[in-house]
Design a protein around this ligand. Structure first.
Ligand code: NAI
Ligand code: MG
Length: 374
């Protein structure tokens, strides 16, 4: 019997291609694993009205963790139009399967390392090493939204928020409200993950990304919890930066930051910014981690314009696979894979179009494997 059971979720478009590449590398490294395919993505929305069928989440529950490629998602109207005729009148609503995975498996911690690979021509600077901890289940993406609103809702809001008064005359159908929900538990566990990471890897600082002077209640709670947790790690420097200010600082002096922690929306934006400092979508990768389970993925989507062409860079997928190896405790194998990635980037001959090369996704897999085993 294999040592690990890994849920294998290629998804749509280039997701399938980078997963094929990942398999070449993992098999070449001789990871003792059994890979169990799971259906996920647009095809299953169109055919079954569910992009994440229950059989997939049931299967995942029997595995150690999952590796995920990418999915296609489209706005609600287009989603409805692409359903098979039998499902069109069933009043189905499309939900992003990756958001659902995060909620269903309580994968509260989205960890996104942004480390400059030496010699990568896309690095803004070569001394960037920033890991973003993004809260993955609540904040602005909890999915609690209203539109059109109701009189009851408006009245209830007015009771506790007098500033609501200026909106009371707006017609209900001309108004939409999205919430930003922060809980003490949610804030504490993501902030703690960030400090634990800093502690474990000898990082000097942790920065909270917030906007507490404007978002007083939610930002206030985040800041309060941050200050409390920071006291437990007196050897780690800690401060908070406003989200807008840090967007500039990250471009100007990225080497100043080591670990960032943020709620869902701010974390989403700031981690994409950080990703672009060190190679962009061809390298950006992440882990969605909960107490019981984890899903590893590249950050990019299904890139429909490249589908079937085997053109996209599989490095992001390999780096996600490397995070998975570390999660499984396969540190030696993870180090080999990292070496394979670094050597391949440094040589710069077998690389994809984004790095100025002509190699295919699978050529890069073979090259990374060869370099990993050197
Ligand atoms: P995308 O990430 O799929 O691609 C945007 C562009 O980035 C591509 O056209 C390509 O130029 C570049 N790119 C992406 N991955 C690359 C790679 N590995 N190597 C080199 N270049 C790469 O984003 P887009 O076009 O906005 O979305 C396409 C579909 O993917 C949509 O349906 C969207 O909803 C979905 N999506 C899914 C995500 C996921 O599965 N986690 C994340 C982002 C988008
Ligand atoms: Mg994003």
């Amino acid at each position: 019997m294999a040592k690990y059971r890994i849920a294998w979720l290629p998804g749509d478009g280039v997701g399938k291609e980078v997963m094929e590449a990942a398999r070449i590398v993992l098999d070449g490294l001789k990871l003792n694993a059994e890979y169990i395919h799971g259906d996920i993505g647009w095809e299953f929305w169109c055919k079954e009205g569910d992009p994440l069928p229950k059989r997939t989440t049931d299967m995942m529950k029997t595995t150690n963790c999952a590796l995920f490629g990418a999915i296609t998602s489209k706005p609600q109207r287009e989603a409805k139009e692409e359903l098979i005729p039998e499902l069109k009148d069933k009043n189905l609503t499309y939900f992003s399967p990756i958001v659902r995975l995060r909620q269903e498996f309580d994968l509260y911690c989205n960890e996104r390392p942004n480390v400059a690979i030496p010699g990568c021509p896309l690095n803004l600077k070569d001394n960037i090493n920033i890991t973003v901890f993004r809260e993955n289940t609540e904040g602005s993406y909890a999915g609690v939204e209203f539109g059109p609103v109701t009189d009851d809702l408006k009245k209830a809001m007015l009771k506790d928020a007098p500033k609501m008064k200026i909106f009371m005359d707006v017609p209900n159908e001309d108004m939409a409200i999205s919430t930003r929900i922060i809980t003490r538990k949610g804030a504490e566990r993501i902030i703690r993950s960030a400090f634990e990471h800093a502690d474990k890897f000898n990082k000097k600082s942790v920065t909270l990304v917030e906007k507490p002077n404007v978002l007083r209640k939610t930002g206030g709670l985040m800041t309060e919890v941050f200050e409390k947790v920071a006291k437990e790690y007196p050897h780690i420097d800690s401060w908070f930066d406003n989200v807008d200010a840090i967007a500039m600082w990250l471009v100007k002096s990225p080497e100043k930051y080591e670990v960032l922690v943020a709620e869902n929306l701010f974390g989403d934006i700031i981690s994409d910014l950080a990703g672009q400092l060190v190679g962009g979508l061809g390298f950006a990768h992440s882990a969605n981690i909960g107490t019981e389970y984890a899903v590893f993925e590249p950050v990019h989507g299904s890139a429909p314009k490249y589908e079937g062409l085997y053109k996209v860079n599989p490095m992001a997928m390999f780096l996600a696979a490397k995070m998975m190896l570390i999660y499984l405790g396969e540190h030696e194998m993870a180090a080999k894979l990292q070496k394979g990635i670094e050597l391949t980037v440094k040589e710069g001959t077998v690389v994809t179009y984004d790095l100025g090369g002509k190699a295919t996704t699978l050529d890069v897999a073979q090259e990374v494997l060869k370099n990993a085993l050197k």
